[in-house]
Design a protein around this ligand. Structure first.
Ligand SMILES: [Zn+2]
Length: 574
């Protein structure tokens, strides 16, 4: 059998061996205009397709791949108007897909960033105070002064941030430092006083007001208790036009950041749908969006109820903006901030603590059944083994109440599992969106859990071995969305600090590429149009300066993204 194919076979006249190269039907009927817009040859193309795992070249027409194969064959398809690119041996992979992102570009653009959103970087408490003081000077008393992208384990000071540090910013303004994980925040005395929180205050269900060694309020507040503080004080107000402008600019900004890291598709946790469409119409959307509608939670707009009421289901939209699963409905707390619900107490923690659970089982069952019935792909945030068990129970009950096929319920994070939970995940056909960059970025959090629990955390090996199509979700802002950092962590399980955790869950480079491409497409029911380099699929790909299969594993994250291409159009060039 030969790999050679001619222009004739490309146009559909061939048969047999050339079947893999046959162009889509619309192209076959228009032979006059059959020459590709783009030919890339001389590359090492990892297609993620079974019959043709590695190719040298491909051709693109009208934003889709129309041929994949050997350089000489594909180059021969080029016409006078075809752009021909010699990749000079560079590696090409399908565009990366991140299945869990909070696409908050306005924070990146307009707010005080007290940590580095994109990379591992240590800061001092003094630097945080200084940045917030500068903001306080421009802010009327009584109005919030807030810092974002704080990471409690990326402090040079080697001690915890404290309420009293933030009192040095201001005693006239409520001050908050938000953990990038979103489940904890640190407040100054003024903020807690405005909320009437004292050390005697009983926290709401699913939250805590933490105390320091002296028994005084430390300023750290977790999960549901944050709402108590967040509802006091004044916040800057904007006109409708200003808000629209900020949302647009924020989305355009974060889109530029995504493609810098090779992302061509991102699952958005909500966000302003009108702004998203506006950004697209202006030509500023550089990546494809699986839009996950929010519900009334943390003051977010209730897009989801509107969908249920109107009958709009998952899959509505087009190749650029499509309705995906629901946004993450919270079941339990956070992995990185150590509030997820565990079946065993957190190691070395007094008083004994097993994490935060948000809904009751009955509430969760009812919510899951409502979405399941409405034909909307269900998606819950479930981190600890207790949270995951509750979610799977709700899914199993919904399936019993109303069996549906191919629902692919999404489990956002799905961090700490057992073999039995993995078996139930497989049986339900559920798709986990597991932390991608944490193994590298957050290795400084793993001592809080210990090696025994880390052997069951971010269990990519177990998932793939069980045939579960695990995907990678950075959860930005909690995790950076650098996909190559994520692949390195999945392959090595070694963090920035050189420590290795749960090495039993390592996967290969090929598997990690599949997790971050084709499996991501499967998660949004789009595996027939993206996720691999194959004829007929959207021409989304990334050119890498080096091959992640052959560089030293601890250097994968440093591989340069040379070019990101979405639908045949370059959206980023180094
Ligand atoms: Zn999230």
């Amino acid at each position: 059998m030969t790999d050679q194919f001619t222009r004739r076979t490309f146009l559909g006249a061939g048969a047999g061996a050339a079947a893999a190269f046959i162009a889509p039907s619309w192209l076959r009927f228009d032979a006059r205009d059959a020459t590709p817009d783009l030919v890339v040859h001389g590359a090492k193309v990892f297609t993620m397709e079974k019959p043709l795992p590695v190719a040298e070249a491909f051709a693109v027409k009208h934003g889709r791949f129309v041929a994949v194969g050997k350089s000489a064959d594909v180059r021969a398809l080029a016409g006078p108007r075809t752009r021909v690119v010699d990749a000079r041996g560079m590696t090409i992979v399908p565009g990366f897909i991140d299945t869990h992102v909070h696409p908050d570009g306005t924070t990146l653009l307009y707010e005080v960033l007290v940590g580095n959103p994109f990379e591992v970087e240590f800061v001092t408490i003094d630097s945080i105070i200084e940045k917030l003081r500068a903001r306080a000077q421009k802010t009327p008393p009584g109005t919030w002064v807030e810092g974002f992208f704080f990471d409690d384990t990326k402090l040079k000071d080697k001690r915890a941030l404290h309420r009293k540090d933030l009192d040095r910013v201001s005693t006239e303004h409520p001050v908050a430092v938000h953990h990038r994980g979103g489940h904890t925040a640190f407040y100054n005395s003024k903020a807690l006083a405005l909320a009437n929180v004292t050390k005697a205050t009983v926290p709401p269900r699913g939250g805590t007001f933490d105390r320091d060694a002296e028994g005084e309020l430390s300023g750290r507040v977790t999960d549901a208790a944050m709402d108590v503080v967040e509802r006091v004080g004044k916040r800057p107000t904007f006109t409708a036009a200003q808000t629209a402008q900020r949302e647009r600019d924020g989305l355009a900004h974060i889109s530029k950041q995504f493609v810098r890291y090779g992302l061509t598709s991102v699952h958005h946790e909500g966000g302003d749908l009108a702004a998203l469409q506006d950004v697209r119409a202006r030509g500023d959307l550089r990546h494809r969006v699986s839009y996950e509608p929010t519900e009334r939670q943390f003051g977010m707009a209730d897009v989801l109820s509107g969908m249920v009421a109107s009958g709009m289901q998952t899959g509505f939209g087009d190749e650029w903006i499509r309705i995906g699963a629901t946004s993450e409905h919270l079941v339990d707390g956070s992995f990185s901030e150590r509030t997820m619900a565990l079946s065993v107490p957190y190691p070395n923690r007094q008083p004994p603590y097993k994490g935060n659970i948000i809904p009751t089982q009955e509430q969760l069952d009812a919510w899951v059944l409502t979405m399941h019935r409405a034909g909307i792909q269900v998606n819950c945030h479930a981190n600890g083994d207790v949270g995951i068990d509750m979610y799977l129970t709700a899914l199993e009950r919904a399936q019993r109440a109303e069996p549906r096929t191919n629902t692919r319920p999404k489990i956002t994070h799905c961090t700490l599992v057992t073999p039995e939970l993995v078996r139930r995940i497989k049986a339900l056909g559920a798709v986990p969106a597991m932390f991608s960059t944490y193994a590298y970025y957050n290795s400084d959090k793993f001592p809080f859990y210990g090696e025994d629990l880390m052997k069951r955390a971010m269990a990519y090996r177990w998932m793939l071995d069980a045939g579960v199509p695990a995907t990678g979700g950075s959860d930005f802002s909690p995790g950076p969305f650098a996909v190559l950092m994520g692949i390195q962590g999945m392959v090595t399980r070694t963090g920035w600090d050189g420590k290795t955790w749960g090495a039993n869950q390592r996967i290969t480079v090929d598997e990690a590429l599949r997790v971050t491409t084709l499996n991501g497409a499967y998660a949004s029911h789009e595996e027939t149009i993206k996720g691999s380099i194959a004829e007929g699929k959207l021409a989304d790909f990334v050119m890498l300066a080096e091959d992640p299969h052959t560089v030293a594993p601890e250097k994968i994250k440093d591989i340069k993204i040379v070019r990101t291409v979405v639908g045949g159009t370059t959206t980023y060039e180094a």
